[in-house]
Design a protein around this ligand. Structure first.
Ligand code: HEC
Length: 125
């Protein structure tokens, strides 16, 4: 009886460690804050989310898979998101001509760009 406990101990420790880590993950909450996500879902999700018809866009950036991206991938995407917004490259002009209501306001763009900068800083810590 006694020996069996010592054999099981590493297993028990592992389960405890995994539970603790996933609890920390849960506490972190969703990685895309709700106010940012609202803007993204209005202006970007139509092309940049799993199941969207724009295959190239989904391949380049899939916001539904955001939590699965590695930190290095996130950093480079944050950079690109910041850039396309600053340059007004996204959403594409053609799309906005047809869907003017999907255009992010100047304030919306600022909010997303601020988010990309803050999160990049956190990831680089
Ligand atoms: C009408 C579809 C459409 C919408 C809406 C759209 N995109 Fe894109 N996006 C694309 C396509 C297609 C690509 C890949 C091909 C390319 O680069 O043009 C892309 C590429 C990107 C890239 C990769 C870098 C690059 O320049 O290729 C980023 C970052 C990006 N989009 C961000 C956004 C953000 C942020 C929004 C919302 C504000 C958005 N996109 C809205 C179609 C879209």
């Amino acid at each position: 009886m006694k020996t069996r406990f010592w054999i099981l101990l590493p297993g028990i420790m592992l389960v405890l460690a995994v539970t603790l880590l996933s609890w920390k993950d849960i506490q972190k909450g969703p990685s895309i804050p709700e106010d940012v996500n609202t803007i993204l879902s209005n202006s970007c999700y139509g092309c940049h989310s799993t199941g969207a018809r724009a295959e190239d866009a989904v391949k380049a950036l899939d916001f539904k898979k955001w939590d699965e991206y590695k930190a290095t991938k996130k950093v480079s995407l944050f950079n690109e998101i910041h850039e396309v917004l600053e340059e007004g490259k996204m959403p594409p002009e053609k799309f906005l001509n047809k869907n003017p209501d999907k255009a992010p306001s100047a304030e919306d763009k600022e909010k997303i760009m601020k988010w990309t900068k803050e999160e990049t800083a956190k990831l680089m810590e």
